[in-house]
Design a protein around this ligand. Sequence first.
Ligand SMILES: C[S@@+](CC[C@H](N)C(=O)[O-])C[C@H]1O[C@@H](n2cnc3c(N)ncnc32)[C@H](O)[C@@H]1O
Ligand code: SF4
Length: 383
Amino acid sequence: MVAQDRHGVKSIDLGIFSPTARDELLCLQVRLDPEDCAYDYSKLYFSTAPDEAYAEERVICFRVRARNAFEQVGLPLPPRCLQTGFLRMRLDGLPYSAGTTSVEAVKLLEARPDDELTRHARLVGQKEWVRKEVERSEGERRTRLGHYPESLSLELTPRCNLTCSHCSSHGTGEVHQLNNRRKELDLGMLERLAHEVFPHLTLLTLVGRGEPTMVSDRLWARLTELLEYYRVFLSCVTNGYFIRRRIDAAVLALIDTLTISIDGVTADIFAANRGGASLDRVLANVAYFHDLRSKAALARRPKLGLSWTLKRNNIAEFPDFVRLAKRFDPDFLYVRHLLVFHEKDRGQSLLGHADLANRYLGEAYAMLRGSRIKLDVPPLMSR
Ligand SMILES: C[S@@+](CC[C@H](N)C(=O)[O-])C[C@H]1O[C@@H](n2cnc3c(N)ncnc32)[C@H](O)[C@@H]1O
Ligand code: SF4
């Protein structure tokens, strides 16, 4: 069977099937040719009775990895179709973006032990179930949960190579040394956590007191192997120093979002705010990541975020930060006012300097009006 949508026609009718009790998964040969960078996931609508209409409650969401190439995708069969013996399906490959979807073959299959397609189909089913349970738990404000979370935040290490003056965990010699004496996450702990929780997760976010990419090669390699095995996406905020060492084409496919902290667009201000670090090195690494994600044969382009902490010493550079950011087509900008953790930084707070802050915030926000860049930024300050 070959079906192809045309521009503006989003849905491909996959036909009607008669599943038997032995069937467990659906195998699709699907190809996405997105025209922009907006693809996030595909939607398979199903109905399990002739008079049942397609509806948002009867959707399996899944991600196609490859761009412009046929990919075999394993999906779970809706359990009810095994009772009714009826399954009708429609595929919206690019539901929220432009491009073409093609389907070459659709098959119902029995589960096969030790088969990767079966394992992937079960993972998609488990993650879909968790996602729907999370929605229900939030809607009903449940206090006891019968499911794992869909996303998890994890600190791999409290250590950091930099000493940004305003950082709560590395901003003084004392806390820097204290945190750099601490150990990274134990490999055994990672194994136990991953085997228990990763099968349920959609997203793992690396957070915490340190620089998440400044871990041993063993820990990073095992983490990325486990994420790949359990099909979990990775999100990470980084100082940008070790991007080349940590992100290659294979790891790129796992990245949901990489957010890189900047805090200065001249070498002096950047170094003052980022513990003497090199702006050139970080910008070269931002360019490396942007180039890698732009050229990758991935249907879903990994997202790039740029982060900026607003301070008195960098507020005048903020409009130039926006100009610089645009070179890398970021998906979002994450901007926060300085939180004062150490008395020595109090003079860098913009509290009490609304006119100064608003002059530059206003100029920068005006440049972003109408742009596709999402903004997670503070409003203008009140006087
Ligand atoms: C603690 S860092 C950890 C990740 C990584 N090391 C980095 O710098 O991106 C997370 C974020 O918090 C920001 N941050 C650190 N100290 C801050 C402060 N005092 N006020 C506001 N943001 C701060 C950093 O600029 C960074 O974007
Ligand atoms: S790079 Fe991140 S963790 Fe390291 S000192 Fe700077 S803000 Fe803190």
